[in-house]
Design a protein around this ligand. Structure first.
Ligand code: SF4
Ligand code: SF4
Length: 354
């Protein structure tokens, strides 16, 4: 793996240089609220906390705001609301969140493009960072534990007092070029340290899985956990890949003007699929819960097949009912992988290599 080495002490000054060109958001501990949030870096930048745990809200909040005016209207017609597409760097995104952004890119940018998302995304650079998982992480079970999608511009592997920086494409190289003097070429000891760090992460993920299995959490059935679910939607609000939104019109009192607003929503809400005549496609809580989690594992219809969960663990740590959601998803991912293997073997009974 080729790359550059950035001494840890140089990270703050490097980001300071980047910030002269674009706004930089990074995981920041918000002690008053007891959480970690993606916030703009202001003032002098010391070495950011690259060992930060997951942020409560995902980076999605900066690409698809949770509440945005799409357009206003009046007697003159419709007026598209401006898009905030200032050049931006999102720093410190873990592999699961990078994978989530590649899924959002496909959903909002491929078949029917959402111009607001596409415009913001084009102005956004991504600097990933590796992490040491906790017990809620199961990214390796859904193949999102490594920065594979090449959606990032730079990716930092933490090697104690320095970072191994992997560069992706011209936009990544351009970020390095902003302050090249802070980087040096890797030495054999750096390669060894990178290997050790990657092995440590893999071991921690496996140990977490073993502890969850030993607890037997994965034995919960859909019916059991949906009966205990409050359908509060917290799991969907914090999910980096959930894409359900709702749109509302807010007219002025005289009806002469108004605005259309898009807000995050959740297919877990009873009103989400309420249709004329008081019909609900999924009236029962269990049906809604199953729908959400099947969508996470199987995708959302033609052209959107595939696992949409990235194993970030946000739904696990933020569920007020403390349901073992990660275990349910992890078990579903395992079942899916087994089914795919059986299908592949049936399609190729002789086992010949294609
Ligand atoms: S966060 Fe927990 S309680 Fe709330 S809707 Fe999700 S599964 Fe149900
Ligand atoms: S379903 Fe849960 S673990 Fe999976 S991506 Fe969403 S929040 Fe993360």
């Amino acid at each position: 793996m080729s790359g550059w080495i950035l001494p840890q002490a140089e990270l703050g000054p490097f980001l300071q240089t980047v910030r002269e060109q674009m706004q930089v958001f990074a995981p920041t501990a918000v002690e008053a609220e007891g959480l970690c949030a993606l916030r703009p870096l202001n003032g002098a930048i010391g070495p950011p906390d690259t060992e930060a745990r997951r942020t409560m809200l995902p980076p999605k909040k900066l690409l698809l705001p949770n509440n945005e005016t799409l357009f206003t209207f009046d007697a003159e017609g419709y007026h598209p609301a401006p898009v905030d597409d200032a050049p931006t760097v999102l720093f410190g995104l873990h592999p699961c969140d990078l994978r989530a952004i590649s899924l959002l890119d496909r959903f909002f940018g491929a078949r029917i493009a959402d111009q607001r998302y596409v415009q913001r995304r084009a102005a956004t650079r991504l600097i990933g960072a590796d992490c040491l998982p906790d017990d809620a992480c199961f990214c390796h079970s859904v193949v999102a534990s490594e920065p594979r999608d090449a959606v990032y511009d730079l990716f930092l592997w933490s090697l104690e007092d320095r970072f191994w920086v992997t560069v992706n494409g011209e936009s990544g190289a351009a970020l390095i070029d902003l302050d090249r003097k802070r980087f040096r070429h890797p030495r054999p000891a750096d390669r060894l340290a990178l290997q050790r760090r990657q092995q440590l992460r893999a071991r921690m993920l496996e140990n977490g899985r073993a502890r969850r299995q030993a607890r037997g959490d994965a034995q919960w059935s859909w019916r059991e956990w949906s009966a205990a679910c409050f359908t509060c939607g917290a799991c969907a609000m914090v999910c980096p890949t959930c894409v359900c939104t709702t749109q509302e019109e807010h007219p002025s009192l005289d009806g002469a003007s108004g605005e259309r607003v898009r807000r995050w929503s959740a297919c877990l809400y009873q009103n989400y699929d309420r249709a004329a005549g008081e019909h609900h496609f999924r009236n029962e809580r269990m049906e809604r819960a199953r729908n959400r989690f099947e969508h996470k594992m199987l995708g959302c219809g033609v052209g959107e097949e595939g696992v949409k969960c990235v194993g970030c663990g946000r739904c696990v740590v933020n569920c007020p009912a403390q349901l073992p959601l990660g275990e349910a998803l992890e078990r579903a991912a395992g079942n899916l992988q087994r089914a795919q293997a059986i299908k592949a073997a049936a399609a190729n009974p002789g086992g010949e290599e294609s």
